[in-house]
Structure formats: structure tokens, C-alpha cells
Design a binder for this molecule. Structure first.
Ligand SMILES: Cc1cc2nc3c(=O)[nH]c(=O)nc-3n(C[C@H](O)[C@H](O)[C@H](O)COP(=O)(O)O)c2cc1C
Ligand SMILES: CC(C)CC(=O)C(=O)O
Length: 402
């Protein structure tokens, strides 16, 4: 076995790397299984931090249903189709990606690891996986950009009450080389999160995840306080300005005028909302229920995907997140028409357990799994994949919650 053979695909190379290290008595540094990685994260994190990361809204029905929707669908592979040379690459808004994978925006990563978003940014840059930085990050827009060099990155906007503050965030993101803006629509109120309430834990109240706000000249001017000297009053202003539940579609035009960057809307689940987003100039939508963290009882993200894909057609890019844990999940979302998927909690488990290397391992393993899963489905590229590769089994007895 030689992993330097240029004919070997990324998936096979990764397998060889791991098996050959085994010959020398070295086991993988981090768990391969995401479920096992989550268990390890639970051991290393404070209970309230793990609860914040792993938890969802209400009874966590929607969070679980995100996974169940994947289990309900099965792949029907095709045979004898020459998949010796595979290309897992896709194009998203003019970017060529090595795999249909980006990092979902996840805030307050300082509660997971002291290197927080910087570790994730370095891992993403090393693997060529675009990172979407949250407005609620614990390191600033500029610090994260500096850690990434020329590597691709997008900025996620929590649309604040103040148009001036929104414009300031967008200016900073443009200046720091972020290439698109993902506006998250589903978090205009914070949901009822029982784990966090039980722990009486809200990271922002403890000064986490506010770096972009407190470093912003418009925020500071509008708050009229120095966040270092008066953290209590700064938090009050943060809580006031963070979102505005009175927003409507009519406000979108103003946001579009505030930036040259393409805008994607995240949290879209209804086909009519997707149509409206595209009619109003969105370059894409992210089908997402926020990982089951916002509206408990909401439709599983995967179940919402085909309707949105049909509504949007080829007028814009349809991205997807919610429950992606391994290669087969990526394949199923792609078969239902996603342009690419966003990986969420799994890379944060990697961060908590192993910092930058932990994130790298999660990404390298998933990319390998994607390559092998695509090939074993009988496809040499994602262009060959379609809805005909899936069947739905409603009575699947294994579709229970772990
Ligand atoms: C701890 C945590 C923080 C999050 N923070 C943000 C955020 O700041 N902005 C955002 O748009 N989505 C945020 N999300 C939602 C993710 O972008 C994504 O939609 C979700 O994690 C997908 O579900 P999955 O992790 O189960 O795959 C967060 C999710 C988690 C778990
Ligand atoms: C509430 C946000 C600020 C962070 C977030 O998106 C989340 O915790 O799900």
C-alpha cells in the first residue's frame, strides 16, 4: 500500500493513512465516529457548555427529526458504472469546492476551546473548506480573516435592529475579504431552550460571543458606553440591538443596498419564502431549522429541501444544513437537490476535543467518506446523482432516536 500513488482518491488515501499508522501501533488521535466524538466532547466540556452546543429548543423534537429524516431515506446504488476516477467537487456562487461542504456559522466558540474560531479558521483554510463566520463569534471578523489568509470565507449576519450597525458589519466583512453574506432569519427571538434554562446559562450574558459588537465603532457610539468599563450596560444594548422581530420582506432591499456581496438567506423552509427570497435578489437560500434550536416542532430540514429546490429551480443556489453527520447524509441532501451542505455541530465536537487538529480530522474524515460514498453509489461526480438514487422507507424500525 502506498498512499503517495496519484491514482488514489482522497477517500482511499485517508483510509490508507489510518490503517498504515495502525501497523505502527498508532490509533487515530480522535474518534472517527461523530457520535463517539460527541461523547468525548461531553467529557471535556463544562456541562453547561456541552448543553448549549448539543441541545435544541423545547422537547428537541425537531433536532431529532433532522436525523430521522436521513434515516428514513435510503440510497439505491447503481452498478458497473466506472467510478474509478471520482470528482467530489462542486461549484457554489463561483467558488470551486473540493467537496460539497462548508462550515455552518456557529457562535461563541470560546466556550468550546481557548483558540475558538481561530482554530476552526486554520483547519478550514488548510482543507479548503469555506468557513461561514457567525456575527456572534468570540473572535472578530478581522482576527478570523487574518488567520485564514486567502482561504474562502463568508460572513453570517444576525440582522440587527440598527441599519447603521448592519452596514458597519457588512463593511467590515467586505474589507476583510469575506465573499458572501448569509443572513440568518430564524433567530429574531431566542427560543425556549430547556437545557440552557436548567443551567441558567446564556454565554452572551457572560461576555462571550460579543466580540464583533463590542469592537464595532457604530455599536460603541450607539451604546454610548465603553464595553470594558461598563459591561452590564453594554450587554443591555447588545440584547436590545441584536435582532428585530418586526422585520418584514420589505426591509430586505435596504440590506441589499448596504453591500456589494451576494446575499443568501438562512432559515428558509417554505417554498414560497424561497421563491420570494430569490425574487428579491437573494443569490441563494440555506434550508435550515437552525439545527432544531429555534422552533421546536418545525419540519425536519431534509423534508423541506425538495420543495425549496423545486421552487428555486436554477435561479439561485440552495444550500442545506441540519443533521449532517457523515458521507451518506451529504449524498442524500445532494440527491435531493442541495448545491452543498453546511456542517454544524460535528466540527465543534472536534474543536472541543482536539482544537485545530480535531477540526481537521473531522473534515478530512468526512471528505473521505463523501468520496467513498459517492463511488459506492455508482456516481463519478455529483452531477450524476439525482432523486432516483433515493427511496423512502416510512416504516423503518431503526428510525428511532439514539
Ligand atoms: C452552538 C451553536 C451555535 C450556533 N450559532 C449560530 C450562529 O451564530 N448563526 C447561525 O446562523 N446559526 C448558528 N447555529 C446554527 C448552525 O449554523 C446550523 O444551522 C446548525 O448547527 C445545523 O444543525 P446540526 O449542527 O445539527 O447539523 C448554531 C448552532 C449551534 C449548535
Ligand atoms: C442565539 C445566537 C446568538 C446563537 C445561536 O445561533 C444559537 O445558539 O443557536
Amino acid at each position: 500500500m502506498t498512499e503517495s500513488n496519484p491514482l488514489l482518491s482522497p477517500g482511499i488515501k485517508r483510509q490508507f493513512q489510518i490503517y498504515e499508522a495502525g501497523l505502527q501501533g498508532r490509533a487515530p488521535a480522535h474518534p472517527i465516529s461523530v457520535d463517539e466524538l460527541a461523547r468525548r466532547a461531553e467529557e471535556v466540556l463544562a456541562p453547561e457548555a456541552f448543553g448549549y452546543l448539543a441541545g435544541g429548543a423545547g422537547a428537541e423534537e425537531t433536532m431529532r427529526s433532522n436525523r430521522e429524516a436521513f434515516r428514513r431515506r435510503r440510497i439505491v446504488p447503481r452498478m458497473l458504472r466506472d467510478v474509478s476516477r471520482r470528482d467530489t467537487g462542486v461549484e457554489v456562487l463561483g467558488m470551486r469546492l473540493p467537496a460539497p461542504l462548508m462550515l455552518a456559522p456557529i457562535g461563541v466558540q470560546s466556550i468550546l476551546h481557548e483558540q475558538a474560531e481561530l482554530a476552526v479558521a486554520r483547519a478550514a483554510a488548510a482543507l479548503g473548506v469555506p468557513m461561514i463566520l457567525s456575527t456572534a463569534s468570540s473572535r472578530t471578523i478581522e482576527e478570523v480573516a487574518a488567520a485564514m489568509g486567502d482561504a474562502p470565507r463568508w460572513f453570517q449576519l444576525y440582522w440587527p435592529r440598527s441599519d447603521e450597525l448592519a452596514a458597519s458589519f457588512l463593511r467590515r466583512a467586505e474589507a476583510a475579504g469575506y465573499r458572501a453574506v448569509v443572513v440568518t432569519l430564524d433567530t429574531y427571538l431566542l427560543s425556549w431552550r430547556e437545557r440552557d434554562l436548567q443551567h441558567a446559562y446564556l454565554p452572551f450574558l457572560r461576555g462571550e460571543g460579543v466580540a464583533n459588537y463590542y469592537s464595532d465603532p457604530v455599536f460603541r457610539a450607539e451604546a454610548g458606553v465603553d464595553p470594558v468599563r461598563e459591561p452590564g450596560r453594554a450587554f443591555e444594548h447588545f440584547a436590545h440591538v441584536f435582532s428585530d422581530p418586526s422585520r418584514t420582506w420589505a426591509d430586505l432591499a435596504r440590506l441589499r443596498e448596504a453591500t456589494r456581496l451576494p446575499i443568501l438567506l438562512k432559515g428558509v423552509l417554505h417554498p414560497d419564502d424561497a421563491r420570494r427570497a430569490v425574487d428579491q435578489g437573494a443569490a441563494g437560500v440555506v434550508v435550515s431549522n437552525h439545527g432544531g434550536r429555534q422552533l421546536d416542532g418545525a419540519v425536519a430540514a431534509l423534508d423541506a429541501l425538495p420543495g425549496v429546490v423545486d421552487a428555486v429551480g436554477d435561479r439561485a443556489a440552495v444550500l442545506f444544513d441540519g443533521g449532517i453527520r457523515r458521507g451518506a447524509d451529504v449524498l442524500k441532501a445532494m440527491a435531493l437537490g442541495a448545491r452543498c451542505v453546511l456542517l454544524g455541530r460535528p466540527y465543534c465536537y472536534g474543536l472541543a476535543v482536539g482544537g485545530e487538529q480535531g477540526v481537521r480530522d473531522v473534515l478530512a474524515n468526512l471528505e473521505a467518506d463523501i468520496d467513498l460514498t459517492l463511488g459506492l453509489s455508482g456516481c463519478a461526480s455529483f452531477a450524476e446523482l439525482g432523486r432516483g438514487h433515493l427511496v423512502e422507507s416510512r416504516s423503518d424500525p431503526s428510525a428511532t432516536v439514539p
